[in-house]
Design a protein around this ligand. Structure first.
Ligand code: NAD
Ligand code: TDX
Length: 343
């Protein structure tokens, strides 16, 4: 069986490729990735020489290139991780988000129709549901919660979701969609909260917490997300959406304090800075559908996952050092240099 994994040089896609090659060694995995700032070929070094793995540098918006690859490889399954994924970048420059996340998805689905793939899976996010209030801990996102987005990023992901479900209804393309909560783990790009705080703390640099740090995210270890997608591919119902999350809600400030504690760094590094525009307050997934229908449950507790993640960053400086010393420096200066310190 041949599976095309797009965005496989990024955080979750690379973890998914490692997972898939381990769990399904008889399959052929094709990674299609444009290698944007967020894609790192060195991440895939451990699998690059495997005979059943192929890397193809390609933009998912490149219709001719995508069709040629599908014609050559005749994939049975396509899993689309490729996306612009950072909310702060979408607030600065929305257009590339619309291009990659919406147009790219349509190009992949057109090729999937043309070459008769058995399943097209769209990797989506809980952010398409907008946010929940902090004073209603009884509320959770279900698959029936209305789409109600806040940022250009989440709007582009919501557009892609709607398009995916429309391709099922209109053309009968066999699709599934998963909407997962915040992931953490190895190979997470340093612009995101957890790796950014680990790396800054290691350098005794300020830890920039947006607003009051009371926003809540629902954290899931990346491998649990990969296993959920595997189950959806094996046993999920086409045309359906599955929420994925482990009931692990934490306030940002508590995560940052925990990282300080684990690394033996003082909390005085914490610096409150100007809030993100349109900042979502709380995400919280109700995962009962995927549990009930597919038997999925998270396996990694946050206390273990965060320990493993911090250890991974301590042991893999060679992975993140080149990233933070390149173009990322300009990004950091642009995003954080102008943020007013609130304390
Ligand atoms: P990431 O930014 O780490 O990786 C994205 C990958 O996509 C990179 O390798 C990049 O090179 C590639 N890419 C970007 N534009 C492309 C294009 N036009 N053509 C081909 N490749 C392109 O992202 P991530 O955190 O691994 O997220 C992967 C997917 O999961 C995204 O669709 C995201 O919306 C979704 N998601 C992420 C989270 C999370 O917490 N990180 C949670 C839920 C859902
Ligand atoms: O420097 C920071 N300071 C800070 O307080 C950064 C980078 C973030 N934050 C806050 C903003 C959020 O409330 O931490 C929280 C997490 O921020 P991000 O890591 O940027 O993630 P988030 O905006 O929650 O989105 C993530 O989860 C859903 C992924 O980036 C998305 O791709 C995914 O869809």
């Amino acid at each position: 069986m041949t599976i095309i994994v797009t965005g496989g040089a990024g955080f979750i896609g690379s973890n998914f490729i490692f997972y898939w090659l381990r769990e399904h060694p008889e399959d052929r995995v094709i990674c299609l990735d444009k290698l944007t700032y967020a894609g790192n070929l060195s991440t895939l070094a451990p699998v690059m020489d495997k005979p059943n793995f192929r890397f193809v540098k390609l933009d998912i918006c490149d219709r001719a290139g995508v069709e040629a690859l599908f014609a050559e490889e005749k994939p049975e399954i396509v899993v689309n991780f490729a996306a612009e994924s950072h909310v702060d970048r979408s607030i600065e420059s929305p257009e590339i988000f619309l291009q990659t996340n919406i147009i790219g998805t349509s190009v992949l689905m057109d090729a999937s129709r043309k070459y008769g793939v058995r399943r097209y899976h769209q990797v989506s996010t809980d952010e398409v549901y907008g946010d929940l209030p902090l004073d209603r801990p009884d509320l959770f996102f279900t698959e029936e919660t209305p789409i109600h987005t806040s940022s250009p990023y989440s709007s582009s992901k919501a557009g892609a979701d709607l398009l995916t479900l429309a391709y099922y209804r209109t053309y009968g393309l066999p699709v599934t969609v998963s909407r997962c909560s915040n992931n953490y783990g190895p190979y997470h790009f340093p612009e995101k909260l957890i790796p950014l705080m680990i790396i800054n703390a290691l350098h005794n640099q300020p830890l920039p917490v947006y607003g009051q740090g009371i926003n809540v995210r629902d954290w899931l270890y990346v491998e649990d997300h990969c296993r959920a997608i595997d189950l959806i591919l094996q046993r999920g119902t086409v045309g359906e959406v599955y929420n994925v999350g482990g009931h692990n809600e934490m306030r940002n400030i508590d995560i940052v304090k925990l990282i300080c504690h684990k690394l033996g760094k003082p909390e005085s590094l914490i610096t409150y800075v100007t809030d993100r525009k349109g900042h979502d307050m709380r995400y919280a997934i109700d995962p009962s559908k995927i549990h009930r229908e597919l038997g999925w449950l998270p396996e990694t507790r946050f206390s273990d996952g965060i320990k493993k993640t911090i250890q991974w960053y301590l042991e893999n400086e060679s992975w993140w050092k080149p990233i933070i010393s390149g173009e990322y420096r300009n990004y950091y200066e642009k995003m954080y240099g102008s943020r007013e310190k609130l304390s």
